[in-house]
Design a protein around this ligand. Structure first.
Ligand code: SAM
Length: 285
């Protein structure tokens, strides 16, 4: 018999993170929380619920959030979107932003890797810039954020195990952008300073700047419907006019927000913010 505190715990987790945990997944609480509960001296799930509702021990709550969130990621995850970035999104951005009097003069390009987990997505973006658009590198800011302090800490170190390195990185990129260290590889300093990593809850905090491109992948998938709406509204508010929103391959804006045009490049799909047009998901080329 499931513990009677489980629905309350699920509601608290949703309030804290947006994550939607179905009753058939309540067994995860029994698998993932006991160790953290023991460290805090909590004996029952009822006591855990009270602690979550009290909400004063942020470190403990952070550990609980850590245990229940999925941090799965890899370099160049869903490769086709990185082809789209390199061959369509960035060239179009350059065309739109070029100064006819001085084509070399570009405004700053800002990219947000939302829910960045341990940073592989942000470094993949940085590698695309360095490899295929080196003239943009200096004027680009990449911000990467995640709710998980542990993941953000790891991301900012840029240090990966051999297994993590083997997932998605070609030998060429491995050699060019990483250096071997004990137990794995570390991102070269040429890529590290380009990314600002920070801890952030995408559902409760707002971005205080606007971005040209937002990667917000494989996080809405785990959210309840109302949290998805909040997330998508936050992302829209953080996009510049004609900004690009990239979701995970199993995620879609359909039924949530208008004002976007669905764009395609090979197998990749992404959204372009177009508040001037009322067309919902009209396809551009
Ligand atoms: C499955 S990973 C996706 C990582 C990366 N975007 C990718 O597609 O490979 C989901 C990430 O979302 C983060 N996350 C979950 N809820 C969040 C929230 N409310 N605010 C910010 N990040 C959140 C988790 O900590 C986790 O690292």
């Amino acid at each position: 018999m499931a513990d009677p505190s489980f629905p309350g715990i699920a509601a608290e987790i949703k309030r804290l993170t947006g994550l939607h945990i179905e009753p058939e997944k309540y067994y995860l609480f029994e698998h993932r929380f006991p160790e953290v509960m023991r460290q805090k001296g909590l004996k029952t799930f009822g006591e855990l619920l009270v602690e979550l509702q009290r909400g004063t021990d942020h470190k403990f709550i952070g550990h609980i959030v850590e245990k229940i969130t999925t941090h799965e990621t890899r370099f160049f995850r869903d490769e086709s979107i990185f082809d789209a970035l390199s061959q369509q999104i960035l060239p179009e951005w350059k065309d739109r932003n070029a100064n006819p009097a001085n084509p070399a003069l570009m405004p700053p390009l800002t990219i947000f890797s939302a829910a960045c987990s341990t940073g592989q997505e942000a470094y993949s973006i940085a590698m695309i810039l360095a490899e295929f658009h080196p003239q943009l590198v200096k004027s680009t800011r990449i911000i990467a954020a995640d709710i998980s302090e542990e993941s953000v800490e790891r991301a900012s170190q840029g240090r990966y195990t051999a297994f993590e390195i083997s997932r998605g990185l070609t030998e060429k990129f491995r050699k060019k952008y990483f250096t071997e260290v004990e137990g794995g590889m570390v991102v070269n300093k040429t890529l590290l300073p380009r990314i600002e990593f920070k801890t952030m809850n995408l559902l409760t905090e707002k971005m205080n700047e606007k971005f040209d491109i937002i990667f917000c992948r494989n996080v809405a998938y785990y959210f309840a419907q109302d949290s998805r709406i909040t997330l998508f509204q936050t992302m829209k508010a953080a996009l510049k006019q004609e900004g690009i929103l990239i979701l995970g391959s199993a995620e879609s804006l359909s039924g949530y927000l208008t004002d976007y045009v669905l764009r395609e490049f090979g197998l990749a799909r992404y959204y372009e913010l177009n508040t001037a047009s009322i067309t919902m998901f009209a396809r551009k080329k």
